[in-house]
Structures are given as structure tokens and as C-alpha cells.
Design a binder for this molecule. Structure first.
Ligand code: FE2
Length: 61
């Protein structure tokens, strides 16, 4: 059973925050997946440096 907490926010404000957080979550996950994809598919003479760099980035994400 959920507690009835008074946060000081209206229902509209809470809905706006939820919508914003949903967008941040979706964008963050898309960036994580793209970074991981580049990590897997990097080619060329800079492979090792880029592979390590991208691994560090998706790990932090
Ligand atoms: Fe790897």
C-alpha cells in the first residue's frame, strides 16, 4: 500500500517530472547502446585506442 506523502508538487508537476525522467532514461539508454555498438564495430588502425575509450564510456554510462 502506497503512503500518501505530501511532496508539495501538484499532480501536473509530478506528471511533468515523470515525462522528463522518462525522456532522460530513454536517451541515456539509447546512448549506452550506441556507444556499445561502436565499441563492437570499430575498425581501422586506431582500433585498440577507440575500443578501450568506448568501453570506458559505456561502462561509466
Ligand atoms: Fe570489447
Amino acid at each position: 500500500m502506497a503512503a500518501n506523502l505530501n511532496t508539495g508538487f501538484t499532480a501536473k508537476q509530478r506528471a511533468d517530472v515523470v515525462a522528463g525522467l522518462n525522456k532522460v532514461l530513454a536517451d541515456s539508454y539509447a546512448l549506452y547502446l550506441k556507444t556499445h555498438g561502436y565499441h563492437w564495430n570499430v575498425r581501422g588502425p586506431n582500433f585498440q585506442a577507440l575500443h578501450v575509450l568506448l568501453e570506458g564510456q559505456y561502462t561509466e554510462q
